[in-house]
Design a protein. Structure first.
Length: 408
């Protein structure tokens, strides 16, 4: 006899992440993975973390002792780190007090907490199309209906927000990624940002702004975050994953005072608090201005890899493929000729020795089978060149073979 476990409705909305499934395949030796958005491990500040570990674990007396670092801690986060985050964001034009900062276990947890606190079954959430798959996954168990916002190369269209606020359905929030979006790499220009914030304010539509890539600019810093103009109309999510190391699982959110207590209570219920040891470690690393020296080295590396991928795409991809060059972040977004299906081609690409993420998975309602995402941060420039070459061969043979049948 087997025990009949009955799944909650929300569990049925949990799906395996396409990207994580692909990452498993790409762990096979010999496959060039342009799929996962894994930061280059060469950028992880191992020595600085080692030194900081010794410091945090030094057995002194008082609040900074090793024992305090290993004790249960406040759900809001480690005070000095909250202060650091507030000061950093104030430098970017936000108006933030440290008591509005909630340290989270990666910004992914911030997405989950926003979903938990703001979404009821059947309520609507407006998202970019395409958008970050992990956000769709985080929100889905709370059973929203997604409204896909129309957009162009500069990001979502301000007027598209109107559709999220009709008489019959008012979205609980709009989820926006203005900087070097995952998956498309596009950065929203200043004027579009202001227009979006203004339209959202007119519609009284709250914004959840996700900004893990803002520091990864190549030639010039992006315009200020939406939250700088949106005041208490926005929740802002940030992360140390892309500027230090994702394995630390350290992110943060900044919430309006009216919302903060509920997010805090949701966090308490989820995990009591983000590991206090990691928080002290990161604070110890960054408190003296370490990121001012470190982040430019990441930018330089990723820019060189971006350039390598841009050159490889121009040299090898068949006519009919379209892409924009990202000015920061980690990704190229490729539109293939309409008759190609990136999902159907993936097994052939893996067989040829290269992996990518089919674009369809980033759309709230699927479709767009002729799109794919390439990451340029994990592989070295010569490997990127080889990977793109292999991808181009797969596309070339598909264009001259059966997968190009027009009605697939
Ligand atoms: C847009 C976006 N938001 C959030 C996250 C989650 O990042 P974290 O490591 O801070 O949880 C990612 C990770 O890739 C991302 O691309």
């Amino acid at each position: 006899m087997t025990t009949p476990w009955t799944l909650a409705r929300r569990a049925k909305r949990l799906n395996p992440s396409t990207i994580r499934e692909i990452l498993k395949i790409t762990e096979r030796p010999g496959i060039i993975s342009l799929a996962g958005g894994l930061p280059s491990a060469d950028t992880f500040p191992v020595q600085a973390l080692r030194d900081a570990t010794a410091e945090v674990l030094r057995d002194t007396a008082g609040a900074s002792s090793a024992r305090a670092a290993l004790q249960y801690a406040a759900s809001e986060g480690y005070g000095p780190l909250r202060e650091w985050v507030a000061a950093d964001l104030n430098g970017q034009g936000l108006k933030v007090d440290a008591d509005q900062v909630l340290i989270t276990t990666g910004s992914q947890q911030g997405l989950d907490l926003a979903g938990k606190v703001l979404i009821d079954p059947g309520s609507t959430v407006a998202v970019e199309s395409p958008t970050y798959l992990g956000a769709l996954q985080a929100f889905a168990p709370y059973e929203p209906e997604f409204i896909a916002l129309d957009g162009d190369d500069d990001g979502p269209l301000p007027d598209a927000l109107d559709a999220a606020c009709s008489a019959s359905q008012r979205a609980r929030f709009v989820y926006l990624l203005p900087n070097y979006q995952n998956p498309t790499g596009r950065c929203v220009p200043a004027a579009r940002r202001l227009a979006l914030v203004q339209r959202a304010a007119e519609l009284q539509l709250p914004i959840v702004e996700d900004n893990p890539y803002g520091e990864l600019w190549f030639d010039q810093a992006p315009p200020p975050p939406l939250s700088a103009a949106a005041g208490d109309g926005a929740v802002y999510l940030g992360s140390f994953s892309k500027v230090l190391a994702p394995g630390l699982r350290l992110g943060y959110l900044v919430a309006p005072r009216a919302l903060y207590p509920k997010l805090l209570q949701a966090k308490q219920a989820s995990d009591l608090h983000t590991p206090g040891f990691n928080q002290r470690l990161v604070h110890e690393v960054i408190k003296g201005g370490f990121l001012r020296e470190h982040v430019p080295t990441i930018r330089a590396r990723y820019k060189a890899q971006r350039d390598a991928m841009r050159a490889a795409l121009a040299a090898h991809l068949p006519p009919g493929c379209r892409w924009q060059t990202p000015a920061g972040g980690m990704f190229f977004w490729i539109e293939l000729p309409a008759q190609l299906d990136a999902g159907a081609l993936l097994p052939l690409a893996v067989e040829a020795g290269v992996a990518y993420v089919p674009g369809s998975t980033f759309y709230p309602h699927g479709g767009h089978a002729n799109t794919l995402r390439l990451s340029f941060v994990t592989a070295a420039p010569d490997v990127i060149e080889r990977g793109v070459q292999l991808l181009a061969q797969v596309l070339d043979s598909a264009l001259s073979g059966p997968l190009s049948g027009g009605n697939r």
